[in-house]
Design a binder for this molecule. Structure first.
Ligand SMILES: Nc1ncnc2c1ncn2[C@@H]1O[C@H](COP(=O)(O)OP(=O)(O)O)[C@@H](O)[C@H]1O
Ligand SMILES: [Mg+2]
Length: 223
């Protein structure tokens, strides 16, 4: 596993609004580790989601440069960005239903995720690793919120992602369900994945190998 997954140099993002440009990120420079759990923490509106969208190659920054696993991303075509996303990145959003296809069973969600990256997967193996053994034939609605989030991480595994990005993965969950997600993040990091999480959940922040603090779109501290 590479020591560094991302190198950002003075990344800036602006949002046009009726009141003028709003700066989402301001001159963010950071080297993100290629393993362990890196948490992007900070209050609401500090730029966590914006940064995660830049890292996930969904948002093209207005300024600065970003290398991902050695590739300079600024000059990539739309197709090149999509290929990197498909082959290397797994994204887990805040709301469990956004991450899964509710008309498919648990196992078929994993198959669909694998297929989207032109791969095959063994659902039983992945479900076992996530403590979801025996649920393969269940409909998604039969899983709790925490189990659905775990399955969303399973979809990232099925796609063969080496870097897993998650935006506030515990914020819509009760404490017991959030515990399931914390366990999953810990176990993914132990398995060698780089786990990058935006959160203001104190328990999740405590789990971070490194914590980057954002405020008003600026990186305040990284340690
Ligand atoms: N689509 C958007 N349009 C306009 N402003 C946005 C948009 N997305 C985010 N912002 C602004 O960018 C800043 C950072 O937002 P965001 O990245 O969502 O922060 P966080 O995830 O930490 O709550 C905020 O000032 C927010 O209002
Ligand atoms: Mg956010």
């Amino acid at each position: 596993m590479a020591e560094v997954s991302y190198e950002l140099d003075r990344i800036g993002v602006d949002y046009p609004t009726p009141a003028g440009l709003v700066t989402g990120l301001h001159e963010v420079s950071i080297a993100v580790p290629g393993s362990g759990i890196t948490v992007f923490a900070g209050p609401s509106g500090s730029g966590k989601s914006t940064l995660l969208r830049v890292l996930g190659l969904f948002e093209r920054p207005a300024r600065g440069t970003m290398r991902f696993q050695g590739t300079e991303t600024g000059t990539l075509t739309h197709r090149g960005r999509r290929a990197l996303r498909r082959d290397r990145l797994g994204l887990v959003f805040q709301n469990p239903p956004e991450n899964l296809l509710d008309y498919l069973t648990v196992a078929d969600n994993l198959h669909a995720a694998a297929q989207s990256a032109r791969r095959r997967c063994e659902p039983g193996d992945i479900l076992g690793r996530l403590g979801l053994g025996g649920t393969g034939s269940w409909p998604i609605a039969a899983l709790s919120g925490g189990q659905q989030q775990r399955l969303a991480f399973g979809c990232a595994l099925a796609r063969g992602s080496s870097v897993i990005l998650a935006d506030e993965p515990t914020s819509q969950l009760d404490e017991a369900s959030a515990d399931l997600v914390l366990d999953t993040l810990r176990s993914l990091a132990e398995q060698g994945f780089a786990v990058l999480v935006a959160s203001h959940d104190e328990r999740l922040i405590a789990l971070g190998t490194r914590v980057a603090w954002l405020r008003d779109g600026k990186l305040e501290a990284f340690g």
